[in-house]
Design a protein around this ligand. Structure first.
Ligand code: GLV
Length: 320
């Protein structure tokens, strides 16, 4: 029986399909630490890792029997994919279940930041009757008629595009590769350079993977290229943005606001962000629904079953 090590505590419901056919080890009531996994890994054929669990060279070198890393996420920047592939270890991810929920949170952050929903909620609670209420108070920005610039036109970018169109927005995009003409027509999107996107967009949404090339994709210079009325949304990975530069830009009114579900340092916002009213912060809840959690676990399992039994499609990561 193949041995499967799951690094994280998760509803067992999603793992049902492995029962009886695979020898699965789960942590109980908490996640395994890196040190615990380090000790156990030599015995295992499969590692099911969470998106923030480091599957690095030293762990891969110690994992003598390892054949598969089945990651619980669409992103795989936690894994040294190049080294895994070099060692003949297959890496898989969970693209489908995360698409719609992540696009939902991107849209939620766009609406919330533009219409100042959380800010007003916070002020009502903290200021009570001292909060100024009136037809000219708390003015926000509309979505209708505005331009959304999507950086990274993969599955999530396209799902966000669909939502933005429903809100009456125009959509432009920048991507590593331009979509084919059929796809551009289907999604009704226009390809532009990164600089054109920054200059033309009222909302900029980051939906690109985190790689050494996309580190600080948005820094001081890029923020300065954006409109003063623009809103920056990040539901992808924190280090795509230079967070110090963003705080400065938000303070100085270089852009209007930001909606962030991911942060540059340890998944926690820098204190400077907490002091600002023109930013909406969520703690990486892009895929945080019960249904999605279970579906992602099912995909993790089916990647294992498909890999060994050829009965399900396997979502392989083909390059770093
Ligand atoms: C979540 O962050 C994911 O990559 O699926």
């Amino acid at each position: 029986m193949k041995k499967v090590l799951v690094t994280y505590d998760m509803f067992r419901e999603g793992f049902k399909e492995l029962e009886g056919k695979y020898d699965v080890v789960f942590p109980e009531g908490r996640d395994f630490t890196y040190e615990e996994v380090w000790k156990m890994i030599p015995e295992f054929d499969v590692l099911c890792s969470m998106f923030d669990f480091p599957v690095n060279k030293e762990l891969l070198d110690r994992a003598e029997k390892l054949e598969l890393v089945s990651n619980y996420a669409v992103g795989y920047n936690n894994i040294d994919v190049a080294y895994a592939l070099q060692k003949g270890v297959t890496v898989t991810n969970t693209p489908n279940p995360v698409t719609d929920p992540t696009a939902d949170i991107a849209l939620a952050l766009m609406l919330d930041t533009a219409r100042r929903v959380t800010e007003c909620d916070r002020k009502l609670r903290t200021l009570g009757n001292r909060m100024k209420i009136g037809v000219l108070e708390n003015l926000g920005l509309p979505l209708t008629g505005k331009t959304l610039g999507i950086i990274g036109m993969g599955r999530i970018g396209k799902a966000l595009c669909k939502r933005a169109r429903a809100c009456g927005m125009e959509v432009i995009y920048h991507n590593r590769r331009q979509l084919c003409i059929e796809e551009e027509t289907k999604w009704n999107v226009t390809y532009v350079s990164m600089d054109e996107l920054l200059v033309q967009s009222d909302f900029v949404s980051l939906n690109a993977p985190y790689t050494p090339e996309t580190h600080h994709l948005i820094g001081e210079n890029e923020l300065k290229r954006m409109k003063k009325t623009a809103i920056l949304i990040n539901t992808a990975r924190g280090p795509l943005i230079d967070e110090h530069a963003l705080i400065q830009a938000l303070k100085e009114g270089v852009i209007y606001g930001a909606g962030l579900d991911m942060f540059e340092f340890d998944n926690r916002p820098l204190p400077g962000l907490l002091e600002l009213d023109n930013v909406v912060l969520t703690p990486h809840i892009g895929t945080q629904t019960l249904e999605t959690r279970i579906e992602m676990a099912e995909t993790v399992c089916r990647n294992v079953i498909g890999f060994y039994e050829n009965t399900y499609p396997v979502y392989k990561v083909l390059h770093p």
